[in-house]
Design a binder for this molecule. Sequence first.
Ligand SMILES: NC(=O)c1ccc[n+]([C@@H]2O[C@H](COP(=O)([O-])OP(=O)(O)OC[C@H]3O[C@@H](n4cnc5c(N)ncnc54)[C@H](O)[C@@H]3O)[C@@H](O)[C@H]2O)c1
Length: 234
Amino acid sequence: MTSGPQSALPRFAGRTAIVTGAGSGIGLATAVLPDSEGARVVAADVSEQRLTDLTNQFPDLDLVAVTDDIPQVADVERIVIAADGKIDVLADVAGIMDGFLPAAEVGDATWDRVFAVNTTGTLRLIRAALPVMLEVGSGAIVNVPSEAGLPGSTSGVSYTASKPAVVGTTKSTALMYGPLGIRTNATAPGPVRTNVDGTARSELAGNRILALFGALGVPVAEEVEQATGIAFLR
Ligand SMILES: NC(=O)c1ccc[n+]([C@@H]2O[C@H](COP(=O)([O-])OP(=O)(O)OC[C@H]3O[C@@H](n4cnc5c(N)ncnc54)[C@H](O)[C@@H]3O)[C@@H](O)[C@H]2O)c1
């Protein structure tokens, strides 16, 4: 009888991971996956109800739920405190869309909130987690900028402008802290089937972007596929 590959310990045994946006979609799949492989997971989300549903759905997993709004410095501090001095993995998954609003139609509130959550929130988590990681000289940060963060892809103006900033944050952090033992990477998903609000709040956007997606036949991925990619970069 042949045996499969030696799978000694689960990949995340004894490790602590912070996952933002853990109440839904890619974040939820990412929180559950390493937890099922031995990690203690600090699951953070702005929705208390979603976190309650998560902990009820997975009562056997080692999940610490933290309700937070990631642009808020005090909330970010609470997340790091919940990690209890040990952060092996930080998965910055929380993010929001912008109704695909184009430049002439977007209001300041949408622009500011999209940047606050997608860009500023990501930086604030990284900034708070780094000292804990640097203390032990190791750690993995995985950001989720989206395909809209890459050349050749576009969406509403706020979302499309906010995500390349996450790519920049990722590259700078990788350069600065890589030699100190911190690996910083990003995944850039195309469309994924989640609860993200993909409603076009603009007729122009409906005509341009959604029609383009339809014409290109952009494939839609499942959230667990994205979680697997994030976990690979642990
Ligand atoms: N679904 C897609 O097609 C797709 C494609 C590319 C990139 N992404 C990115 O993946 C990430 C996850 O998106 P998703 O599709 O799983 O969406 P989702 O809406 O299903 O899940 C996002 C979670 O983040 C939480 N959240 C929102 N604002 C928050 C805040 N201020 N603080 C803490 N938590 C907050 C929400 O409550 C929600 O539970 C986002 O960064 C998104 O930009 C998604």
